[in-house]
Design a protein around this ligand. Sequence first.
Ligand SMILES: [Zn+2]
Ligand SMILES: [Zn+2]
Length: 143
Amino acid sequence: MTSKPPVVCGVCNLEPPKYKCPTCLINYCSLACFKNHKAIGCTKPEPVVPPHSADEPKAGIALEDEDDAALTDEQLRALGTDPAIRALLSSPDLRQVLNDIDSSKDPEARLERARANVPEFVQFVETCLDTVGKMKRDPTKTS
Ligand SMILES: [Zn+2]
Ligand SMILES: [Zn+2]
């Protein structure tokens, strides 16, 4: 068996092909067969290995973000004793908002609304971030 199998039109499997589909590279013999081919469905052959599968370190980054967002007990204690935060927490509006967020089914949406509507809350968040940020930069605390 040294001879190649005879090449025939990939649509009708009868005639020797004269043309090639530019999309899927199937051989076809005539315009009629090409139309049939397009009607049946012409799809580009998928490459066996997708080109962008190797370099996607998404999971790792997401984990780091989460880690960064969580506060340690120490940080929470510092927040609770920070005079600026304590002063803010004496505002009934802010306490109400914090309670709402805590008991909300959709805390993130509630939080976004609070950010837009309650200036004390914005100030509270900023003060918290500030306090935590100072702690992180504190050179006496090495982990
Ligand atoms: Zn044909
Ligand atoms: Zn095709």
